[in-house]
Design a protein around this ligand. Structure first.
Ligand code: FRU
Length: 492
């Protein structure tokens, strides 16, 4: 059946570019189990949703260069959130209201259609000044082609409380309850810091302002980007990505961070009553998480596996950007729990296991190596104060995960990973033993390291661009530690 959706010249150009420019060499470089850009630049995950039984994941996309540029939406699809197929790009900045970019947004399935709600950015001359405007727009599609609707934009800053910024108003996250649609967005309030307005609509086209769900009040960074809001395990959960954070203990680092607010929220007034606030992830490269619900009811989150200030990409690559492994979420004891989607287990290849090995000096264990692995390490004992795992190691390079038992700190360090730039290479997070052991699950997919502590109590996600042949793994203890290891190779 022929699609009646019109494709602009600008979008056609992007589609033809991505088709012609993805080489076998690039495909070989890319991760196997993580969604990735076909060519060029990718940032935030957008429109993570289930449509006609498949997972769709869109992303902020600039096909023509491996740095940020005029934002398009790229598109990938998956049956299991682990193997992703690239589809043609879906949005290009081709309308007056989105000429300066189709920024982040979200999606849902409704009456057989795939609905995208995204931010249109434009630059307007007003009183001799160039002003940026951000508005929320709708595009409706069939899983391949998407039409921006005639009535765009559907939500403008005019709806916001007085004093709110018209420039910083973006990243709508839409959901439906019965016959009512809701959306939250990132916005900047009169005090210059973030706020999260909630909007409501019956028909997706006319929206009303409902409430301010939560606001920053200059406490957690400045502008709040990419909000997501949902109920999970009897709690209300707000995820946001603040800009301009200042470091705070082991919880928050400087710059762009991620925040998870856990609390309660009435479904009439949509105002968050905070009970706990934490970072979503404690690694070097994790931003703009977005969630969806699987057909069997799991709340799953995916994020951009990269950071703004520390962005890195090897010179020889023509692509930059991948997503984290999608993670199943729960709330337990006032904290966000996250673990890789269970579908990953379908890709388990050879298993190598060691029980209660005594580790002292730096040592390697036969069969424990690889760059595409899912490895769980359990560390026990009273006779050690530091335990270290060397990853992606060869004679020259390595990245390390170190547990300082006295301090209760886990450190990821990639300074010897081969990078040539003077950027942040190491990050700490709080870590404690549970029932007498420290449990680390480490997921590697060529250039990414995702660490899950104690069954998902904390996560730490970072990039390493160490040459792929560096695949040794070693263990070391100061003192003597009892270590159990279970490693699966991930294969396709
Ligand atoms: C977050 C962000 C969003 C915006 C997009 C632009 O990383 O700044 O707020 O929509 O990236 O690409």
């Amino acid at each position: 059946m022929e699609s009646r959706i019109e494709i602009s010249e600008m979008l056609k150009r992007a589609r033809s570019y991505e088709q012609k420019n993805v080489t076998e060499e690039m495909e070989r470089q890319k991760p196997s189990f993580h969604a990735c850009v076909p060519v060029g630049w990718l940032n935030d995950p957008n429109g993570f949703s289930v449509y006609q039984g498949k997972y769709h994941l869109f992303y902020q996309y600039h096909p023509y260069d491996k740095v940020w540029g005029p934002m398009h939406w790229g598109h990938s699809v998956s049956e299991d959130m682990v193997t992703w197929e690239q589809l043609p790009a879906v949005l290009a900045p081709d309308m007056d209201y989105d000429r300066a970019g189709c920024f982040s947004g979200s999606a849902l399935e409704y009456k057989g259609k795939h609905i995208l709600l995204y931010t249109g950015v434009s630059e307007k001359e007003e009183n001799g000044e160039k002003n940026v405007r951000q508005v929320q727009c709708l595009a409706v599609g069939d899983g391949i082609d998407y039409q921006k609707i005639e009535g765009n934009p559907v939500i403008t800053a005019e709806l916001l409380p007085e004093g709110s910024s018209k420039e910083d108003f973006r990243d709508p996250k839409i959901w439906r309850e019965g016959d009512t649609f809701y959306a939250v967005a990132g916005s900047r309030s009169r005090d210059g810091s973030g706020q999260i307005p909630v909007f409501v609509s019956k028909d997706l086209k006319e929206w009303k302002f409902l409430s301010i769900l939560d606001q920053c009040r200059n406490e957690y960074g400045k502008m709040w980007e990419c909000p997501d809001f949902f109920f999970l395990d009897q709690k209300a959960v707000l995820l946001v990505s603040p800009q301009d954070m200042q470091a705070e203990g082991l919880e928050f680092h400087c710059g762009n961070g991620t925040l998870c607010v856990i609390g309660t929220c009435g479904k009439e007034e949509y105002v968050m009553r905070r009970e706990a606030v934490q970072s979503v992830d404690y690694g070097l490269d994790f931003y703009a998480p977005q969630t969806t619900v699987t057909p069997d009811g799991r709340r799953v989150m995916v994020a951009w596996l990269q950071s703004w200030d520390n962005h890195m990409v090897p010179e020889e690559f023509r692509w930059s950007g991948m997503m984290t492994i999608p993670r199943e979420l729960h709330v337990k004891n006032g904290r966000l729990i996250q673990n890789p989607v269970r579908e990953l287990e379908q890709y388990y290849g050879e298993k190598t296991e060691y029980k209660n090995v005594s580790v002292q000096e730096k040592c390697q264990l036969e069969g424990i190596c690889g760059r595409q692995i899912d490895m769980t390490v359990e560390v026990r004992g009273q006779e050690y104060d530091k335990f270290k795992i060397y990853l992606a190691m060869n004679e020259r390079f390595c990245s390390t995960v170190t547990y300082d038992r006295r301090e209760g700190i886990l450190t990821f360090d990639r300074k010897y990973s081969g990078d040539r730039r003077d950027r942040v290479h190491s990050r700490d997070m709080q870590a404690e033993e549970k029932e007498g052991k420290l449990k680390l699950r480490i997921l590697m997919d060529k250039y990414s390291v995702e660490i899950f502590l104690n069954d998902g109590e904390r996560a730490m996600t970072s990039l390493i661009y160490t040459e792929e042949t560096a695949s040794m793994i070693a263990f070391e203890a100061r003192g003597k530690a009892e270590v159990s290891i279970c490693k699966f190779n991930l294969i396709k």
